[in-house]
Design a protein around this ligand. Structure first.
Ligand code: FES
Length: 109
C-alpha cells in the first residue's frame, strides 16, 4: 500500500464526481436521466480549458442520494458542493459558477 495524498494534493485542486448509477428499479437513477451525456459535458468543458485532471479531477461515482428523473447528481469536493437535476446543457453554467469562465478559480472553495 502506498499513501499518495501529497501527490494528489499538489495535483488536484478539486474533484467533480458525476453519478452514473444505473439500476433496474422503479426509482429514478442518474443513468436514465442523461448521466453519460452530463459526464461527457463535464470532461469536454474542462478539456477545452486545459483543466481536465490537473487541476480538476473527474470521476464517475455511485449513488449520491440525490436521485431524480430530472437529471444527474454531481458533487464537487473538497468544496462540499452538491447538485441534482443537472442536464448536459446545464454543465457550462455550473462549472463556470464553480471555477470561473476559464477554470482558473481552483482555490479550495
Ligand atoms: S442514482 Fe444518481 S444520485 Fe442516486
Amino acid at each position: 500500500m502506498k499513501r499518495r495524498t501529497d501527490q494528489q494534493r499538489s495535483r488536484l485542486a478539486a474533484h467533480v464526481f458525476v453519478c452514473t448509477t444505473d439500476r433496474d428499479a422503479e426509482y429514478a437513477c442518474c443513468a436514465d436521466a442523461g448521466a453519460e451525456e452530463t459526464l461527457e459535458a463535464v470532461k469536454t468543458w474542462l478539456r477545452e480549458r486545459n483543466a481536465f485532471w490537473s487541476p480538476i479531477g473527474v470521476s464517475e461515482t455511485s449513488c449520491l442520494a440525490l436521485c431524480s428523473e430530472g437529471g444527474t447528481a454531481i458533487t464537487i469536493q473538497p468544496r462540499d458542493e452538491w447538485y441534482s437535476d443537472v442536464r448536459p446543457e446545464d454543465v457550462p453554467a455550473l462549472l463556470e459558477r464553480e471555477f470561473g469562465p476559464d477554470a482558473e478559480d481552483v482555490a479550495p472553495g
